[in-house]
Design a protein around this ligand. Structure first.
Ligand SMILES: Cc1cc2nc3c(=O)[nH]c(=O)nc-3n(C[C@H](O)[C@H](O)[C@H](O)COP(=O)(O)OP(=O)(O)OC[C@H]3O[C@@H](n4cnc5c(N)ncnc54)[C@H](O)[C@@H]3O)c2cc1C
Ligand code: FES
Length: 363
């Protein structure tokens, strides 16, 4: 499909997606022309257009023909890739104003140390951050803001908020987090916060269960603290594949009445998954709300249990992000309307915390 054919197809569509599609295709063409005009060693405009067309073709293959969302995703992916250089410059510059109502600043690193192999904790000075964040909201970090980070910012959720700043636990999984391990106390990192939508707190006197999987566990720390302050009786489950990957007990322990650890291989705590542990807790006593953060299979299992037991449940999703504040639509997630029809949301803006009932849980 050529861009002109695509444009025609887009023009025949209505609504928000069509508008975004038009914008993205236009942006891609503009960037291609600008790159060519500035003599950057990149693909020429015709080649840029061909790449977009190829992405569209590949996205359509194997999916229902004219799948709006797949075309949409293909263009977004390509546009984000094309824009990465420009985004990197804009989003890592200390002077960048960022989206309105957010703080976009350089934050001094106070601590950055290995907690256990593969997991680090970083502490950043950001006075007053605790008054801005709601539990469940996240921030984006640029590891080397002065030199120009080689990556787009990466999203993380605080595990602890104090009047002086924030701390978070991160798993070292790729280039960005590996670069973060090399930062030292005294270095600066770019920080954009607070982002996204947080958890809904239940009424005082309610009973809540927190379920954390892997590096999702520590990020439940601010929620656990808020629930304790709101007199909500809280128990928590922390799950991981093995004892070496179990993190977060120090973030949750002080705020919850009971903390149950579990590992898939039984090397620490109860043998079984976090969903198994949740079931055993619900069998022991009812809950008014379940809050979960962790890998998608765990969230899916937790959402299913909550639906079967008719318990209010919110989950925090992880999705790869570019802008982090709703501009690039690179973090689309399939949702359901009240009458069961499909719609798409943005994890960074409509989430990362979602009512589990509103998500289309696919295997
Ligand atoms: C709202 C939010 C909060 C998060 N909070 C935390 C946190 O507190 N601690 C933590 O360790 N991680 C957290 N993550 C995930 C974290 O952002 C990614 O692990 C990180 O961006 C990876 O960067 P990288 O350059 O090291 O990896 P890359 O080289 O970009 O990727 C390495 C691998 O990680 C996967 N990956 C990359 N980004 C994500 C992502 N956003 N979600 C899921 N998988 C991803 C890739 O598919 C790939 O398999 C959060 C993500 C979101 C969206
Ligand atoms: S990351 Fe850009 S819209 Fe969500």
């Amino acid at each position: 499909m050529s861009l002109d054919e695509l444009r025609e197809q887009i023009d025949s569509m209505d609504g928000e997606i069509a508008r975004l599609l038009r914008d993205r295709a236009a942006a891609a063409r503009k960037i291609a022309a600008e790159k060519a005009a500035s003599g950057l060693p990149v693909r020429d405009p015709a080649r840029e257009e061909a790449v977009i067309a190829d992405r569209v073709r590949r996205a359509e293959g194997g999916y229902p023909a004219h799948s709006v969302m797949n075309i949409f995703r293909a263009i977004v992916a390509e546009t984000v890739a094309l824009q990465e250089g420009e985004l990197r410059r804009r989003m890592c510059a200390p002077a960048c104003p960022g989206p309105s109502g957010k703080r976009d600043e350089l934050a001094r690193i106070v601590e950055n140390r290995e907690l256990r192999p593969g997991f680090n904790r970083m502490r950043l000075a950001a006075p007053g951050a605790d008054r801005l964040f709601r539990p469940g909201q996240f921030f984006q970090i640029a590891p080397r803001p002065r030199e120009g980070s080689p990556f787009l910012r990466r999203p993380f959720a605080p595990s602890e908020l104090t009047p002086d700043g924030l701390a978070f636990v991160y798993a070292v999984v790729g280039g960005g987090t590996e670069l973060m391990t090399r930062l030292r106390p005294g270095d600066d990192a770019g920080l954009l916060f607070p982002l996204g939508r947080g958890y809904t707190l239940p009424a005082p006197g309610s009973r809540a269960v927190l379920v954390g999987g892997g590096c999702g566990g520590p990020s439940l720390g601010p929620l656990a603290a808020a629930l304790a302050a709101a007199s909500v009786e809280t128990v928590a489950v922390l799950g991981a594949r093995t004892a070496e990957k179990l993190v977060g007990d120090d973030c949750l322990g002080a705020h919850v009445g009971r903390l149950l650890s579990c590992t898939d291989d039984g090397s620490a705590g109860m043998a079984g998954t976090a969903a198994d542990a949740l079931l055993s807790l619900l069998d022991a006593g009812p809950a008014d709300a379940i809050y979960a953060c962790g890998p998608t299979p765990m969230l899916r299992a937790v959402a299913k249990i909550a639906a079967e037991r008719n318990v209010f449940c919110e989950v925090s999703l992880e999705e790869r992000m570019a802008c982090g504040f709703g501009a690039c639509v690179g973090c689309a997630v399939e949702m359901l309307t009240r009458d069961g029809a499909a719609k798409y949301g943005r994890v960074c803006r409509d989430g990362p915390v979602f009512d589990a009932k509103t998500l289309a849980w696919r295997a």
